[in-house]
Ligand binder design. Structure first.
Ligand code: NAD
Length: 358
């Protein structure tokens, strides 16, 4: 399989590339080509080890560059497109939604156009092989009431933030290309990911990095929002399953299938840090927790029904949260240079309720 991975220098995309070479048969991976514009959250260091492989290639480009992407699909005779590239941080989407529309909506549209032109040109047997896998989020379903069952595949969309609205719009375009033009598409919706190489602006690395520097740990509102955390490698294994055995026109939910409140999660991180990196003062890291003004439009609960992945594709998440958090903490402790270089690229973070106002 020759795979084009968009956004492959970002958190999940780069982990997916590493996962493929580490865990999947080399006979299955003829070549992986990463396209990434290297925005603030994309880092060449995330894939530098893979650059030495003969069957790996990186091209710095924007997915909106339709001509370049179309040419690439034809030149490389791509079998599958896995589309990760997106602006991904909800807080940033509240401050500056335009870039989310550009990359997530227009970018996906352009990628679909390129893919469709290429797909149309393929011979029948190659058409049967081709796949367009779009990576989406549980956030498109909006907040799931506490007493309601987790969202099932095909559930109603109710996005709350400019980020989730842009992802929802991109999902709709993917289905339009499937239904109207027969582009063999599939969509996965994943819950919150964590693990190595996640930008330090995201919640788990933010808490780890701040705690180790003795800085405050800002928690939105009362910290009661519920999220289902999946270790990134589990997510990548699920994506691989869908890529190889998923059916076109189908939606798949990828998550752990459990929920934890933000405040419980932060307390867990503090407890693990207390064990492995005790403070000189002897006090717990949890004393650094501060409740800050809530994020506008903050969904209370995300919850995915993940039973289809198990039933149809025999996949389920393996990593327990405590073990995954421990691995993640150690990764950040051991990669201080990576943190420094990523932060230098831009870290205009607004986690303290400093959003733009009407
Ligand atoms: P990320 O921000 O770490 O990576 C996104 C990558 O896309 C970056 O390398 C960035 O440079 C690149 N990119 C952005 N716009 C681009 C463009 N116009 N052209 C080319 N490259 C572009 O994000 P992530 O957490 O790795 O998320 C990857 C995908 O997974 C996104 O589509 C996101 O919506 C989805 N997702 C993420 C999570 C999560 O918890 N992180 C959960 C569910 C779904």
């Amino acid at each position: 399989m020759k795979i084009l991975v968009t956004g492959g220098a970002g958190f999940i995309g780069s982990n997916f590339c590493h996962y493929c070479y580490a865990h999947e048969p080399s006979s299955q991976i003829e070549k992986i080509i990463v396209i990434d514009k290297l925005g603030y959250s994309g880092s060449i260091e995330n894939i530098s080890e893979l650059m030495e492989k003969e069957n790996f290639c990186f091209i710095q480009a924007d997915i909106c560059n339709q001509e370049l992407i179309t040419q690439l699909l034809f030149d490389e005779k791509i079998d599958a497109v896995i589309h990760f590239a997106a602006e991904s941080h909800v807080d940033r989407s509240i401050d500056d939604p335009a870039i989310f529309v550009q990359s997530n909506v227009v970018g996906t549209f352009k990628l679909l156009e390129s893919s469709f032109h290429y797909f149309s040109s393929l011979a029948h047997k190659d058409k049967e092989k081709f796949r367009f896998l779009h990576i989406s989020t549980d956030e498109v379903y909006g907040s799931i009431p506490m007493d309601a069952s987790p969202a099932k595949e095909g559930g109603l969309y109710a996005p709350s933030s400019p980020y989730s609205a842009s992802k929802a719009a991109s999902d709709h375009f993917v289905w339009a290309y499937y239904k109207t033009y027969g582009l063999p598409a599939m969509i996965t919706h994943s819950s919150n990911n964590y693990g190595p190489r996640q930008h330090p602006e995201k919640m788990i690395p933010h808490m780890i990095c701040n705690a180790l520097e003795g800085k405050e740990l800002p928690v939105y509102g009362l910290g009661l929002n519920i999220r289902d955390w999946i270790y990134v490698e589990d997510h990548c294994a699920g994506i691989w399953r869908v890529l190889c055995w998923g059916k076109q026109g189908e939606v798949y939910h990828i998550g752990k299938g459990s929920g934890i409140s933000n405040i419980e999660l932060v307390r867990k991180i503090c407890s693990l840090l207390d064990i492995f990196f005790p403070r000189l003062t002897g006090k717990s890291y949890s004393e650094l927790i501060r409740f800050v003004a809530d994020r506008p439009g903050h969904d209370l609960r995300y919850a995915l029904d993940v039973s289809k992945m198990k039933k149809e594709l025999g996949w389920e998440a393996q990593m327990e949260l405590e073990k995954g958090l421990e691995k993640t903490i150690f990764w950040y402790v051991e990669h201080k240079d990576w943190i420094r270089s990523v932060m230098e690229k831009g870290y205009a973070l607004k986690r303290q309720g400093l959003y733009r106002k009407a």
